[in-house]
Ligand binder design. Structure first.
Ligand code: FES
Ligand SMILES: [Fe+2]
Length: 388
């Protein structure tokens, strides 16, 4: 009798990740092919980006513009906000011949396709098909609305989900992270700077790099003066995120110094002695692809998306609250500082990507004191990859 056996791909089998699933004291980092292999990449797109809840943007982006272009992995998405402040998301593709609808963010009452000008309302319904009238029998507009995307908003972060399945929502899976964010008035912040960085490295290398501070003295000699090694404290609780903080911060003559601008209005003023976040910086990575520096008077946040197994795109935003007169020039100085820090990170991640071309390297020893966060992140990745 002819029998067909469907083998699961090696990247979906726990056995493949044996070396990483051990206790941190003996664990080795994830198989380096996770950062290069097209086959791994294909499964990652399906298991992580097409199935999970993915950060796609911020409510603040929809304050001035009401139609905003974003993406989930490589898939283009549109976010909209209607007159009643309802935020929605759709696939960024026209139902006529598949043209991408929006490249640039804008304020408009309709989404209009650049190809033949079919137009859609902000709720996704198709309303205009110029020069084309057809009987309902042959073409029912109601069946050609934009494809909707599930969304969930937590604090000011918008998550999208392409599949309506049973993956727990961020409200549940990242509850502790939002408990902290809710102490900050992030919804009231303005996005004062944005920048995109095209990186010649796998997207996960940028997350790995963000969640460990072992590299601070070598890669960021300036940043480490304000965010000292000895002041780093792990704040991780249960959930699909990674977190640590610098508490207290050190005044170091840098644009990130707390003294540069009054702290967020909800932090009850600057207090050097009290543990009230007014002199601490929190660093979170929300699974799978978002990370931010949350300081007492600003937040610098990045969403990183894969472009190919060895390239990615970072979208960075700097947000501040307009709670007091912002010192002249400070925003520019602050952004220049983050731009420099981020370029330092990108440069070192690209060096890692180059190193991974060596076929001798099969994963490395994780340093428990500083890299237990990477171990945790790799285990979260493995959970998703090996999910049935
Ligand atoms: S592809 Fe959009 S109107 Fe033709
Ligand atoms: Fe860094």
């Amino acid at each position: 009798m002819l029998r067909t056996t469907f083998l699961r791909n090696i990247w979906e089998s726990k056995e493949t990740y044996k070396q990483t699933l051990q206790h941190i004291d003996s664990a080795i980092s994830i198989n380096p092919k996770a950062y290069t292999c097209p086959d791994y990449y294909k499964i990652e797109k399906k298991k992580i980006f097409k199935t999970g809840w993915i950060p796609i943007g911020y409510t603040n982006e929809l304050n001035n513009n009401n139609i905003v272009s974003t993406n989930i992995g490589e898939i283009p998405i549109i976010m909209t906000k209607d007159k009643n402040d309802k935020i929605s998301a759709f696939h960024n593709v026209c139902r006529h011949r598949g043209c991408k609808l929006i490249e640039e963010n804008k304020r408009a009452s309709m989404i209009s396709c650049p190809y033949h000008k079919w137009s859609y309302k902000l709720d996704g319904s198709l309303v205009g098909t110029p020069l084309f009238k057809s009987s309902k029998k042959h073409f029912n507009k109601q069946q050609f609305s934009l494809f909707p995307v599930n969304i969930e908003v937590n604090n000011n972060i918008i998550f999208g989900n392409l599949k309506d399945d049973n993956v727990p929502s961020p409200k549940v899976s990242m509850k502790s992270a939002f408990k902290l964010l809710d102490k900050y008035p992030l919804e009231k912040c303005n996005i004062v700077k944005t920048k995109e960085y095209k990186v010649k490295a796998n997207w996960k290398l940028l997350v790995d790099n963000f969640i460990e501070y072992y590299h601070l003295p070598a890669v960021h000699p300036e940043l480490v003066k304000g965010s000292g090694m000895d002041e780093h404290v792990c704040t991780q609780k249960e959930g699909k995120y990674i977190s640590f903080k610098t508490d207290p911060l050190t005044e170091a003559g840098l644009p990130i110094d707390v003294s540069k601008k009054p702290v967020f209005s909800t932090l009850n003023g600057y207090n050097k002695n009290e543990n009230n976040n007014s002199n601490a910086a929190h660093f979170h990575a929300l699974f799978p692809n978002m990370f931010y520096f949350l300081f007492p008077n600003h937040i610098f946040s990045i969403i990183v998306s894969p472009i190919s197994p060895t390239e990615s795109l970072e979208k960075a935003v700097l947000m501040v609250e307009d709670n007091a007169q912002t010192p002249i020039g400070w925003v520019n100085e602050l952004f220049e500082f983050y731009d420099k820090v981020n370029k330092e990170d990108i440069e070192i991640c690209e060096m890692v990507q180059k190193g991974l071309k060596s076929d001798m390297y099969l994963g490395g020893k994780l340093v428990p004191k500083y890299e237990s966060t990477i171990h945790r992140y790799h285990k979260l990745l493995i959970d998703e990859m090996t999910r049935p």
